[in-house]
Design a protein around this ligand. Structure first.
Ligand code: NAP
Length: 406
């Protein structure tokens, strides 16, 4: 277990992240989760988790200058809260408060200037919903919505950059009458927001639904968000996360592997790269190659598909979009087509890109895709005489392999 309580003492008012595996129910039980608690509740939280069969894999004091808060699970999983230092997404824009200094190289740069935990669970920012619309078409499986919040008027202003997450605290109380805990969502908008005004944030949320004892259970926060009306007030925390930040280099290559709502950060990257109003405002003239592998169960479940098709038609030399539609397409073994099958199909090109030190890989979505991607990369690497089990840690160390899954 990784434990970093730093200078904690009985009068300490800081918050802590407790990273847990195997806690919860059903699908969620598999995932790594992060609980943010004040120092005074640290011991009782650890005892409760242990009693309920959770395995605590890390405890980190949250330091405002480091990545912490309700850090996205995969960020906490891969990098101790105090040990970040990777690709800075900085740029020469007017919003210098959220901008990292321009690095000499495209990676291994301090993230000290990236905003984290501006608003904590005890005193969240209250944002206003400005829009909430469905992202899926007729015949899609389930509900996935795009929801935007106005962040104007915060003191301090809640600012974020592409690749970060925010926390949402749903209204109401849990079965014990306690206020609900926050849930983390990857941000789907750029720092300028969808309307370019610089004070909104957008999320891409699937309503969680599962069966228990013959009954359909709806996820508390995802249902709260999918049902919410414009004008509603919502408690927001964060931002958090430094695992999924874009490199600063305008000539970087970016390979994106997304399943379902794991597309959220990729949508922000692609807007930053190819959306005309965004390009004009951000002054970041992306000239590298971006390649998105998107996994969805059915065609109407492809999220932001028209935007990505448009970018591909407008920037054919810079953007490639490859889909794996699991319940409509088959892989070579006759099974469901997953993104790892697409990775295998294009193994040569992907490895040629990875050999270039300017190439970064981002993976976001279902944790279950990680072994499949690893397997595909192992096969593809072996075909080139390379050993993936050595290459992957080297890419991670060079801060070119970015994973956020749960
Ligand atoms: P979804 O619409 O159901 O799509 C997921 C796609 O991945 C489907 O095509 C699914 O295929 C496929 N898939 C299933 N198992 C797979 C595997 N082992 N390898 C590769 N592909 C696989 O997705 P969703 O419900 O939005 O789920 C997205 C997940 O991402 C959620 O668990 C969410 O919590 C997570 N997420 C994580 C982050 C983050 O870490 N920051 C952000 C957003 C979302 P079949 O269903 O047809 O088998």
């Amino acid at each position: 277990m990784r434990v970093s309580t730093g200078r904690a003492n009985q009068s300490d008012s800081r918050m802590f992240n407790v990273v847990v595996e195997g806690y919860g129910i059903g699908q969620q039980r598999q995932a790594e989760r992060v609980f943010t608690v004040p120092f005074g509740q640290l011991q009782s939280t650890i005892q409760t988790i242990a009693r309920q069969g959770g395995v605590i894999t890390g405890v980190f004091a949250i330091d405002h200058a480091s990545d912490g808060g309700a850090a996205a699970p995969a960020a906490a999983e891969s990098v101790p809260a105090s040990a970040h230092g990777q690709a800075a997404p900085g740029q020469a824009s007017a919003e210098s408060a959220t901008t990292a200094p321009r690095p000499a190289v495209s990676h291994a740069t301090s993230h000290a200037a990236v905003p984290v935990n501006t608003y904590k669970p005890k005193s969240p920012f209250v944002g206003t919903v400005t829009e909430n619309y469905s992202l899926v078409g007729e015949g899609a499986i389930g509900r996935v919505n795009h929801i935007t919040f106005d962040l104007a008027g915060g003191d301090p202003q809640l600012e974020y950059i592409e690749g970060q997450s925010i926390g949402i605290i749903p209204d109401g109380t849990d079965a014990n009458g306690k206020p609900h805990k926050l849930r983390l969502y990857s941000i789907a908008s750029t720092r300028h927001g969808d309307n370019m005004a610089g004070h909104t944030v957008s999320l891409c949320v699937r309503q969680l639904q599962y069966e228990k004892d013959g009954e359909t259970i709806n996820g508390v926060c995802s249902t709260f968000l999918c049902d919410i009306e414009p004008g509603a007030k919502v408690k927001i925390t964060g931002p958090v996360g430094k695992e999924m930040l874009l490199p600063d280099d305008e000539e970087a290559n970016v390979i994106m592997l997304a399943t379902g709502t794991g597309i959220a950060p990729m949508r922000a990257y692609l807007r930053r790269m190819f959306e005309p109003a965004e390009r004009e405002k951000n002054g970041w003239n992306f000239r590298g190659k971006a390649w998105l592998f998107m996994g969805a169960p059915k065609t109407p479940n492809l999220l932001y598909d028209a935007d990505f098709e448009h970018y591909q038609s407008q920037f054919p030399d810079n953007f490639r979009y490859t889909k794996a539609i699991s319940r409509e397409q088959q892989n070579t073994r006759g099974g469901r087509m997953y993104i790892q099958d697409r990775v295998l199909e294009h193994a040569d090109e992907i490895f040629a890109m990875i050999e270039n030190p300017k190439t970064h890989v981002y993976m976001c979505g279902l944790k279950g895709m990680e072994p499949g991607i690893d397997e595909a990369m192992t096969t593809a690497a072996a075909a080139k005489g390379l050993n993936w089990s050595e290459l992957r840690p080297a890419l991670k160390k060079a801060e070119r392999w970015h994973v956020e899954t749960y």
